[in-house]
Write a protein of this length. Structure first.
Length: 252
């Protein structure tokens, strides 16, 4: 986790700035969750505010938590009405928040990069009020167009990674959400325009994909960049879908 938050701290100034990929997902996630005005909303791994922004727009009382100081500094400046905390998720340390103090806890594209995702989910469970909901993103869904070609490039270059290279692995949501009731899946989407291959490459290097690229040896790394810069973009629309897993904390 130390290496992970340091990577995102380095990315903070450009994260979701090249194209608003996560902001697009954030709107879809908050729309699916449909929190009412006044909802006590905890955004875990808040990044640059992809969930915080639409949750505030709906009148939620938002607390945003991230491990990267560069992220939280920008969050606090952009969203002064939110409570912003810098805290490393995924360890045995409890979130520095009272028990049963939130109606909704959401973790978008963060659980898979934590050292101990079960600890983070347990912390979310503790700070939820009975009947409150927890939501986390899970695996992606089949892509089409140039996004499929990009996925194929990552698969092709994965054998070049050193042992333990890149970052994160998906965990089965059912096991992580064992303490919740009414666990179910909905599909959320993001759609943004990529005008050219230079923007595509800068987008790759402005998010967690950068860990993959930087862990490649120099030769394959240069070849990977060349392939990304030559990838046919078709209509230029980057379309992604992801599972959003939602569970409810038992009332009893």
């Amino acid at each position: 986790m130390q290496q992970t938050w340091r990577l995102f701290d380095r990315l903070a100034s450009s994260y979701d700035e090249v194209v608003p990929f996560f902001a697009s997902f954030g709107r879809s996630i908050v729309s699916a969750l449909d929190p009412p005005p006044g909802c006590r909303f905890l955004d875990l791994g808040a990044g640059r505010g992809a969930l915080t922004d639409p949750a505030l727009a709906r009148g939620c009382r938002v607390t945003a938590v991230d491990a990267a100081p560069g992220m939280t500094e920008r969050l606090a400046a952009a969203y002064p009405s939110a409570t912003v905390l810098t805290f490393s998720l995924g360890f045995s340390d409890e979130l520095p928040l009272p028990a049963a103090s939130f109606d909704l806890v959401a973790a978008a594209f963060v659980v898979h990069v934590l050292d101990d995702p079960a600890a983070a989910v347990a912390s979310a469970h503790r700070v939820l009020a009975p009947g409150g909901r927890f939501a986390m993103t899970g695996g992606g869904h089949p892509s089409s167009g140039f996004v499929s070609g990009l996925d194929d490039l990552f698969a092709t270059f994965t054998p070049h990674l050193p042992p333990g290279g890149s970052m994160g692995a998906l965990r089965p949501p059912a096991a992580l959400l064992a303490g919740f009731d009414d666990v179910h899946e909905v599909i959320v989407t993001s759609e943004v325009h990529i005008p050219d291959n230079d923007v595509l490459w800068r987008w790759v290097m402005s998010r967690g994909y950068r860990a993959f690229v930087e862990d490649l040896p120099p030769g394959p790394r240069a070849s990977f960049e060349d392939h990304v810069r030559e990838l046919p973009l078709g209509d230029g629309m980057l379309r992604r879908s992801s599972s959003l897993w939602i569970g409810t904390k038992p009332s009893g």
